[in-house]
Write a protein that binds this ligand. Structure first.
Ligand SMILES: [Zn+2]
Length: 65
């Protein structure tokens, strides 16, 4: 699952959560103040807009083979 960054709208505290794509569109509870009005920042997955390269997702060499 991708790691998403959020910023609490109430206290301004940034926090990160591992979420599925469907969960990422929903407001997340701030771990500091408990407010649900958080705002998602652009993650590294969202920057660039393209689909991830299939070669980048697979390591060139695996220690298990
Ligand atoms: Zn907060």
């Amino acid at each position: 699952m991708p790691l998403y960054e959020f910023v609490c709208q109430a206290c301004g505290s940034p926090f990160e959560k591992l979420l599925s794509f469907s969960q990422a569109d929903q407001p997340q509870t701030c771990p500091r103040c408990g407010d649900v009005h958080s705002r998602r920042k652009l993650s590294t997955f969202a920057v660039g807009g393209g689909t991830p390269s299939p070669t980048a997702a697979r390591p060139a060499s695996s220690p298990f083979t």
